[in-house]
Write a new protein. Structure first.
Length: 221
């Protein structure tokens, strides 16, 4: 087994609690003892171009009924709690922002941002009633910085709605299909999101499997 590299502060919670977890397929993974996140070694993160090539292989057709059903795992519980006519951001929407289209159909105003496919950052110069982030958080190279940015984009009482497959079974991690995607570099447990919520002063709700709602305080500035 090769030695682990990149053991430093957890990129999710910033605690110095990382320890070697797994070496597989030439990659090193570390586990945070505080927030329970599992992270690919910092030195082995994929390049921007490698990410782009992988994302361009995805077949996420916004008109595909199966893809929309997949996104509805987040959309349905989100629509159920949103007040009418809210303004939202689909962060990391990909090349075909199907979720934004679904939320527009539910009566909301949507903006989109994606660092590769919709990189116009001027859309981030405003604040939002809610932000969606579906199958994106597992790609964050610097999760704490990304969550800081997302929470800062929310209005008071704003809602950050995320969907990512929670990591649950350590025995299956090595062969887990989610790990085998080379652009997936951080894996969250349910308790990880409770730590993130506490760190940013958010209320945390898990409305259904692999979906988390993080709500900003009404009094937040």
């Amino acid at each position: 087994m090769q030695p682990f590299i990149g053991t430093s502060a957890c990129r999710v919670c910033l605690h110095n609690s990382l320890a070697p977890f797994l070496h597989k397929d030439g990659l090193d993974y570390l586990r945070c003892g505080y927030c329970q996140a599992t992270l690919m070694s910092l030195a082995q993160l994929p390049s921007h171009e490698a990410q782009r090539r992988k994302f361009e292989q995805h077949e996420n057709d916004p008109l595909d009924a199966r893809y929309r059903a997949f996104l509805n795992r987040l959309a349905a519980p989100l629509i159920a709690v949103l007040a009418p006519k809210q303004v939202g951001l689909d962060f990391g929407c990909g090349p075909g922002p199907a979720l934004a289209d679904m939320l527009v159909g539910a009566g909301h105003t949507m903006h989109v941002f994606d660092p590769i496919f919709f990189p116009d950052a001027t859309v981030l110069d405003q604040h939002f009633d809610f932000i969606t982030c579906t199958e994106v958080a597992e790609h964050f190279h610097q999760p704490h910085a990304e969550f800081t940015r997302l929470v800062g984009l929310l209005k008071p009482n704003g809602l950050l709605a995320l969907m990512t497959t929670f990591q649950t079974d350590d025995h299956r991690f090595a062969d887990w299909h989610y790990r085998r995607d080379p652009t997936h570099v951080v894996f969250y447990r349910q308790e990880t999101f409770h730590v993130i919520a506490a760190k940013f002063g958010l209320a945390c709700e898990i409305p259904c499997q692999n979906v988390v709602f993080l709500r900003k305080s009404r009094a937040a500035l």
